[in-house]
Unconditional design. Structure first.
Ligand SMILES: [Fe+2]
Ligand SMILES: [Fe+2]
Length: 170
């Protein structure tokens, strides 16, 4: 299945949510919104998964997509949640709050929850405990650098029309 379709199907409960719509309004890493960032990270997670699966690794793609598409949901409300308490408080707390928001939207498996809450490793000290968590952690850092420093290459965003209009239900 084409990667973006896979994300749309599996990630649909999150992508349709108000929390995700809020993420479409807030700029992140200078050149993207939080929603675009989470899509970019999810696309990269699946590209890494495709490579690893071709080498015989087993990846739980559904749980990886749900973790990746949710991992920064709380950043849309960072100012209200964390005020002016600074970068480190935001960096420490947004993974846990993003998990809580995702859990209110859909059933979140433990593997997904740990991948979300540990995606800021090594800052959060406790490392990911599954391959899906490691993929998310690595993809998030790689994409953050791309978004910050390579504006002209800003990734898959141009292809993703649904980010420009509300996602409707079936
Ligand atoms: Fe994050
Ligand atoms: Fe992120």
């Amino acid at each position: 299945m084409e990667i973006l379709n896979e994300i749309l199907i599996v990630g649909r409960p999150i992508i349709k949510s108000k929390a995700f719509a809020d993420c479409m309004q807030i700029r992140h890493h200078k050149n993207t919104t939080i929603a675009q960032h989470m899509i970019n990270v999810t696309v990269t997670c699946l590209k890494i998964s495709n490579f690893l699966e071709s080498k015989g690794f087993k990846i739980d793609r559904k749980r990886l997509i749900l973790a990746s598409i949710s991992h920064d949901l709380a950043m849309a409300h960072a100012k209200e949640l964390y005020g002016f308490s600074g970068y480190f408080t935001t960096a420490f707390r947004h993974p846990i709050d993003s998990f809580k928001i995702a859990q209110e939207i859909c059933d979140i498996h433990e593997k997904t929850s740990k991948a979300i809450t540990r995606h800021m490793w090594p800052l959060c000290i406790v490392p990911p405990n599954c391959i899906e968590g490691w993929i998310l952690t690595i993809a998030d850092k790689y994409i953050a650098i791309q978004e910050l420093f390579h504006k002209e290459k800003t990734y898959e965003i141009k292809k993703i029309n649904f980010l420009k209009k509300p996602v409707t239900s079936d």
